[in-house]
Design a protein around this ligand. Structure first.
Ligand SMILES: [Zn+2]
Length: 282
């Protein structure tokens, strides 16, 4: 699907499972389970969905999935199942290779977003996209280097330290309009400090990559948030602001973790923002 200068498509790399209660915070199970049913361990399926933007002089990857170098213990806890084709194989379906990626935007450095940014070669970790510059918010980098007790288990240094060690890391300080031609960088702090989102601007529409601000389409209601969010009140204000813009400016929202809905446009209905047209961005 085209937005402005970019052909945009999703790559689904891994399915994994998280506790449904944690994914919906204070929302009662008899409400959230109608949206995404839980398994016998109370877990719900989560997709790891990356976005690729193919522009005139750049091929941009947004987030890199879980990757294949996570410790076995992690893979078991989260029931991680590779989708059957590697990132390289999925790129090949589009006539691309990992060498073609010029830029990788990491929304934040939690393992389910950044695991595929690096890969293991022998006993070394190296960047998985060898010719790419990796863009990370400075605030998120600082947090990942010195995480709190609350979120330290989400940050695995092997996922991101090799980027600095190989000189491919570009630290960005705050939001920026037209970071690249036709792409604004929007920053939020409620889920984690320095989460960045790309807004790909088209004619009379735009594509917004929600990352963990709105991880699935079931998280569109303002109060339906994750127990993983560090600052829930800040997150709710940020979500309100983004959804108001999305409805007013006819954005398409891309949901990184929704097991079924890759993307949707939204509209206002009875004072709330709801999904109105699903898209697969395949
Ligand atoms: Zn996260």
């Amino acid at each position: 699907m085209r937005f402005g200068l970019y052909d945009c498509f999703c790559v689904e790399t891994d399915l994994f499972f998280l506790d449904g209660g944690a994914m919906f915070g204070v929302v009662p199970k008899n409400l959230w389970a109608k949206k995404i049913p839980a398994d016998s361990d109370n877990r719900i399926p989560m997709q790891a969905r990356s976005l690729i933007l193919r522009g005139p002089d750049k091929i941009i990857l947004v987030d890199a999935g879980v990757g294949d170098s996570l410790p076995e213990k992690f893979r078991k806890i989260y029931g991680i199942q590779a989708s059957g084709a590697s990132m390289a194989e999925r790129l090949a379906l589009r006539g691309l290779t990992v060498d073609d990626i010029t830029d990788v935007f990491l929304t934040h450095l939690h393992f389910d977003h950044v695991g595929g940014a690096t890969r293991r070669v022998g006993n070394r970790m190296v960047p998985a996209f060898p010719h790419a510059v990796y863009h990370v918010q400075q605030a998120q980098w600082d947090l990942a280097r010195h995480p709190s007790v609350r979120d330290q288990s989400s940050y695995l240094p092997d996922n991101f330290m090799p980027l600095e060690n190989h000189g491919v890391l570009h630290l960005v300080d705050g939001p920026k309009d037209d970071f690249f031609a036709g792409i604004d960088l929007i920053v939020t702090h409620g889920h984690t400090r320095g989460q960045q989102h790309l807004l790909v601007k088209g004619k009379d529409t735009a594509l917004f990559f929600c990352a963990d601000l709105i991880p699935t389409s079931a998280h569109l209601p303002i109060a339906w948030n994750m127990a993983y969010d560090n600052e829930p009140l800040i997150l709710m204000a940020e979500k309100q602001n983004i959804l108001s813009r999305a409805a007013a400016e006819n954005w398409v929202l891309c949901f990184e973790h929704d097991p079924d809905v890759a993307a949707a446009s939204v509209r206002e209905k009875d004072g709330r923002i709801v999904a109105c047209r699903r898209m697969d961005l395949g």
